[in-house]
Ligand binder design. Structure first.
Ligand code: ATP
Ligand code: MG
Length: 138
């Protein structure tokens, strides 16, 4: 079993579609083993997306990620990282495959409804950034 880290982003919480997204996650045999709804501070969001700090979209990304609640999650399943990236679809929903979360729900390249870790190493770092071990129940 592997773990990945997920965020249901503000465009999705604002439209009350966290349940619709969780349904897709669960239908694809990923188990939500931890979940909480929080509001990111600017510092927390900047730390999380620090890899993008020199990108032209960075300020907008931080404003967006702090614009409303997010739901942070730990997902468990076989090949969780790769599987979730596949279920999410491409960053830009215009390029996302049919049936993916982003194809079904994302608004545009920024307001793309979900985040998923891009490697197991990053998954471990990102999970630790948001969860204490006692909050993760298998
Ligand atoms: P995430 O890291 O959120 O799972 P991703 O790995 O598909 O998404 P990244 O390249 O890591 O995409 O970009 C992080 C986030 O920054 C995107 O999900 C999106 O919200 C935003 N973003 C990426 N590229 C652009 C862009 N060209 N214009 C505006 N926002 C962007
Ligand atoms: Mg990314």
């Amino acid at each position: 079993m592997d773990r990945t880290f997920s965020i249901i982003k503000p465009d999705a919480t604002k439209r009350n579609i966290t349940g619709a997204i969780n349904k897709i996650i669960e239908e694809n045999d990923l188990v939500i083993i931890a979940q909480k709804r929080i509001k990111l501070s600017t510092d927390k969001a900047e730390g999380f997306y620090s890899i993008h700090k020199d990108k032209p979209f960075f300020r907008d990304l931080i404003d967006y990620m702090t614009s409303g609640p997010v739901v942070v999650q730990v997902l468990e399943g076989s090949n969780a990282v790769e599987k979730y990236r596949k279920i999410m679809g491409s960053t830009n929903p215009a390029n996302a495959e049919e049936g993916t979360i982003r194809k079904l729900h994302a608004l545009n390249i920024q307001e793309n409804s979900v985040h998923g870790s891009d490697s197991s190493e990053n998954a471990e770092i990102e999970i630790k950034y948001f969860f204490d071990e006692i909050e993760i129940v298998c």
